[in-house]
Design a protein around this ligand. Structure first.
Ligand code: NAD
Length: 407
């Protein structure tokens, strides 16, 4: 099953009673484009890169979703991730649809000037599809606020007007929102705290491991620890580290900055990424890439809770195994929704020429993440369905209401 098929298997499991026309409309993206665009490399050669943008749905507002740079980007993956954004924005009840973009590239093999020209080339190729009222990109895997600044500047140049609302996740001095960079991780930490209350977990007695130490993983690991959870293991693409008494994130970050990886930090034990997922901790947080928990390792997971910060880290088969084993899943649709929520705050501020304080951003973020967790948790209990099915169900009902007028 490719990623897009996986997403729709989740949709199907939540679709009882939803009108078949609604499901038919949502089963395909509204629009997608594949571009092959030239980028001048530092050695003066021209390389051609393949880029995608998929607009899954604009029924509830402008399309919204990140852009990833990764050698394994494929159209099916981007289609699935775009559809997830449609359901995520509907679950949060914000006035956006869903989109996603990507470039097939290994950013680790490019210099900064090359990445800048790549980002500008992508925007040049896509300019007709983008815009504050059409489709608003944001960062994703291996793209960040600097990428968004390059893209927003190029977009503004091409349309002849400074247009900060065309991209979110920008640096603050380029119209970014306070708190956006950390929003996905911070939002997840608020959900984790609320979930812990629901289960009667005492944070200081609750052990956590986090897979991935990028934008999302590093923030949730540190935030969870600041809320009192004991974060004992983390990893990146080179491997993981474990420390029984809890990790010191000042030291972890300094070591990663110096050496390029978390691995090798003195006072920690090296572990593999696969070991990290099957360790005897209370909560595991996959925060790297898709398909990390599969039918191969789901039976060996020993955590009580899987909190999905990455998009689609658990395959449908693995999800069923975890549910049968009564392991509680906080689904990606909810758990990592803080990023797009604060992207919405950023877009809103740009359109009104406002600048919110960090305190206001985090207060609004916490309020929405906690209330959305409660809605998902309560519906799952009321109907005896999984939390994932409950999250998709709430989204599907909202999308049905919006689509009703179009049928
Ligand atoms: P990132 O590029 O900043 O970080 C990715 C991390 O994963 C890095 O630490 C990398 O070393 C690690 N990694 C890569 N391959 C790995 C592997 N095989 N095993 C273990 N670790 C590996 O990306 P990010 O923005 O933190 O995104 C992570 C996940 O969160 C993705 O699934 C993304 O779609 C999702 N997400 C991101 C945002 C956001 O705002 N950035 C919002 C919602 C969801």
């Amino acid at each position: 099953m490719n990623l897009n098929e996986q997403v729709f298997s989740y949709v199907k499991s939540a679709s009882r009673g939803i009108h078949k026309h609604v499901l038919k409309i949502l089963s395909q993206p509204e629009k997608f484009v594949e571009v092959n665009f030239p980028v001048k490399m530092d050695n003066e050669d021209i390389n051609i890169f393949k880029g995608y943008r998929v607009q899954h749905s604009s029924v509830r507002g402008p399309c919204k979703g990140g852009i990833r740079y990764h050698p394994k980007v494929s159209l099916d993956e981007i289609k699935g991730l775009a559809a997830i954004m449609t359901f995520k924005t509907a679950l949060l009840d914000i006035p956006f649809g869903g989109a996603k973009g990507g470039v097939v590239v290994d950013p680790k093999k490019m210099t900064k000037p090359e990445l800048k020209r790549l980002s500008e080339g992508y925007v040049k190729a896509m300019v007709d599809f983008l815009g504050p009222e059409k489709d608003v990109p944001a960062p994703d895997v291996y793209t960040d606020s600097t990428t968004m600044a390059w893209m927003m500047d190029e977009y503004s140049r091409l349309v002849g007007k400074y247009t900060p609302a065309a991209f979110t996740g920008k640096p603050i001095d380029k119209g970014g929102s306070k708190g956006r960079e950390e929003a996905t991780g911070t939002g997840g930490a608020y959900v984790l705290l609320e979930a812990a209350k629901s289960f009667g977990f005492v944070p200081s007695e609750t052990t956590v491991s986090v897979q991935g130490f990028g934008n999302v993983g590093s923030v949730i690991a540190e935030q969870a620890q600041s809320f009192g959870f004991k974060v004992v293991a983390i990893s990146d693409s080179k491997g993981g580290i474990f420390c029984e008494k809890g990790l010191n994130f000042g030291k972890v970050k300094a070591h990663k900055k110096k050496s390029g990886s978390v691995v090798g930090l003195p006072g920690t034990v090296k572990i593999s990424n696969s070991r990290l997922l099957t360790m005897p901790v209370d909560i595991i947080i996959p925060a790297a890439l898709e398909n990390q928990i599969t039918e191969k390792n789901a039976k060996r997971i020993r955590a009580k809770v899987v909190a999905e910060m990455a998009n689609m880290p658990t395959t449908p088969e693995a999800s069923r195994i975890l549910e049968n084993r009564k392991i509680f899943i906080i689904p990606d649709l909810l758990m990592n929704a803080g990023g797009v929520l604060v992207s919405y705050f950023e877009w809103f501020q740009n359109k009104r020429d406002e600048s919110w304080t960090l305190e206001r951003v985090n207060k609004e973020l916490e309020k929405k993440m906690v209330s959305t967790f409660r809605s998902v948790f309560n519906l799952s209990k009321e109907r005896g369905i999984s939390t994932r099915a409950a999250a998709y169900r709430i989204a599907l009902e909202r999308l049905s209401e919006s689509l009703e007028y179009k049928l």
